[in-house]
Design a protein around this ligand. Structure first.
Ligand code: ZN
Ligand code: ZN
Ligand code: FE
Length: 341
């Protein structure tokens, strides 16, 4: 601690060509404050939220940001063999509801549309800053995956570089477009509809399915039917339908094993460095760490050490389970939280 906790920089790993964010101060992050009898910082009326009046969705600065617009100059002793850069960027939290517990499916449809709108607006606002190249929006839920606060919330990392996974997707989309003059994801959607065995739910503008190439047992992808690159490209009707499908997917997870499920939800959108990414197609991915009612799938040696995923089971069978759970979940959702017109 002390001096060391002030280390805040981005280091380059030359072995795998990736940036690593080093944030000494994040070691002091509190774990589950309410378990120690402390107040939840995201509930209405706490120091973090009390000046905001009555709210339904709010954006707060992350109190332990991995990146900061004021990141200090990189210390001299770091210059030399290893590459390093300033940890500039912005980390925010989107608190989706004043309710202390629950999931996206517990938020009514119209409120959820506002949440989608906040994701779109923050993407545009942060993406317009000259030092931001990518706006990473995501949601972690559940203590199984290390979420320290139970109150429903999502996060945004506005980054000074394009994440490696997105770089990889961009390369694939670009290569496919050059070869076929079509969008890779538009073609995947077409084929998934022809096959049908992995589809889970659809509304007028979005489709939820378990991809042919799933890495996680109950992975779900949400694809926009229209070829768009980022949330701000969506019109009002599409935003409402996105709100609907996000509620349905989370309700499906919570119905699957009749328990509150942890998951990661990530938005894959185009970078914000003002280059042309018309060949890219925005989508949302959900990774769910359980492979059975009470068996966790761990990413371990083969996954982390070699980046090879083994899929324990048959994707089409798991998709069938999800489709059934979705049917049950829809009945519950319709009853009290609003249905898409
Ligand atoms: Zn709370
Ligand atoms: Zn497309
Ligand atoms: Fe993706």
């Amino acid at each position: 601690m002390g001096e060391q906790s002030k280390v805040h920089e981005i280091r380059w790993n030359p072995l795998i060509c990736q940036w690593i964010i080093v944030a000494g101060h994040r070691g002091r992050r509190p774990w589950r404050p309410e378990e120690k009898g402390l107040a939840c910082p995201f509930c209405p009326g706490t120091p973090e939220t009390k000046d905001l009046g009555v709210w339904d969705v709010i954006v707060l600065p992350n109190k332990f940001p991995a990146l900061s617009p004021k990141a200090l100059k990189v210390p001299r002793f770091h210059m030399g063999f290893f590459r390093v850069r300033r940890a500039v960027g912005i980390c925010e939290v989107i608190v989706e509801t004043p309710m202390h517990e629950g999931d996206l499916c517990d938020i009514d449809l119209d409120h959820m549309r506002k949440v989608v709108d906040v994701f779109a607006k923050e993407y545009s606002r942060l993406g317009s800053l000259n030092y931001i190249k990518y706006v990473a929006e995501f949601r972690n839920k559940g203590k199984e995956i290390g979420v320290s606060l139970t109150h429903p919330h999502s996060q945004i990392y506005a980054l000074p570089f394009i994440p490696p996974r997105i770089m990889c997707e961009l390369k694939s989309f670009k290569r496919y477009f050059k070869k076929k003059n079509r969008c890779l994801l538009c073609d995947i959607i077409k084929i998934e509809y022809e096959e049908g065995s992995r589809l889970i739910y659809e509304n007028k503008h979005f489709t939820a399915l378990l991809p042919y190439f799933a890495m996680w047992p109950y992975e779900i992808h949400v694809y926009s039917k229209r070829h768009v690159q980022a949330l701000p490209d969506l019109n009002e009707e599409e935003k409402l339908h996105l709100a609907d499908i996000l509620r349905v997917v989370t309700a499906t997870y919570n119905t699957l094993f009749e328990r509150d499920m942890p998951y990661m939800m990530v938005f894959h959108q185009k970078p914000t460095d003002k280059k042309n990414y018309n060949y890219y197609h925005m989508h949302i991915e959900f990774y769910q760490p359980y492979r059975d009612k009470d068996k966790l799938k761990y990413a371990a040696g083969i996954e982390w050490g070699f980046w090879i995923f083994t899929y324990d089971g048959i994707p089409e069978k798991k998709a069938h389970e999800l489709r059934e759970a979705c049917g049950k979940a829809l009945k519950k959702l319709d009853k009290y939280l609003g249905k898409i017109p």
